[in-house]
Design a protein around this ligand. Sequence first.
Ligand SMILES: [Fe+2]
Length: 377
Amino acid sequence: MLRFDIDREEFIAKYFEKQPFLQRKALSKEFSWATIDDVINRGDGATNFIKLVSPGRNEEFDFFEDYFDGVLKRRRLIKEKVYDYMSRGATLIIGRLDVVSTPVADLARVISQYLCARTTVNGYASFGGSAATKVHCDPHDVFAVQLLGKKRWEVFHPASPLPVKRARGGGAEEPGPLAMSVLLEAGDVLYIPRGWYHNVTPVEGCETIHAAVGLNVPTFLDYIDWLSRGFMAQHACMRQGLVPGAWSPQALNAAAEAVAAMIKDEGLLRRFIVDETRLPPAPSSVNLAAGVSKLPPPISDLALIYLNPPERALREGSNLSVEMLEVLGVLRDQALGWCAFLDIHSRLSERSRESLTASIWQLAHLDVITLRDASVT
Ligand SMILES: [Fe+2]
């Protein structure tokens, strides 16, 4: 559904954290307002992920009301108010659109796999009108995917390179010179590197829906933080108390050498990246047929199987069969902690497809793995 014309290596060499990248017609799937309608209709009054904004107008958007359904007090969206606000130019923002929309989650997964990084998605929808945000930069890379209509993007060079998480548009920094001005149309994707300022404006009278896919990319700072939470404590020199007079230049040197050796250990770095790129722990999806039936549904060759963070496997360790442990072994050998069913079956070819299917469903029920697209053929 989403395809880039350049391969991952070329993208990283030329564009990643270096300059914006525009891919026209990257998206083959057509989106409509039904995507947003479905999310709102299924939201059942959950106000925390839907909001309306209209910078420049200091307007309080009040579009939810409480009601009693005969049994429970609930909340609902007042659609007439939403229609009115949006007809006057407000933008509807849906936080974590990937969590509540399967097609959006699908396209985010393509980007996630393309760059081997976790993603989160916010959705922006309007019928023209004013911009939803002021000129700003983000402390993460963004892929803007135009799902419907048109939107104007101006991208400016960063004030200082590669900011890490901090207040948006932070401090007194000003954007650098204009690097790109482009009208995104349905299906286009624009990559904005971390720290590059952008000004995003709807086209007057023109509808627009775009998904802002943010990348959660670990940095060397995170790597050192990860080392300090685990491996550094294994060295006695790092555990020494530091009251005045208790340390010596030799002790400082020993600590520096231990830290340098850990930072330079490529095996540790690879382990860190695998940990960082695994899916966060989340309950597996409910699948009644698989959960209740003695005969779990078949799994397609192209189903994707992700290893969840290690504590899940450790917690369930004693409950796992030999075959389940073999599956985990295959997943742990993968650079990114995930692979297709086909790969697992070829590595464990002495196991029957039926028994592997049962083991993988069982691991998914225990939340040790996440199973995606099980029935895709
Ligand atoms: Fe942004």
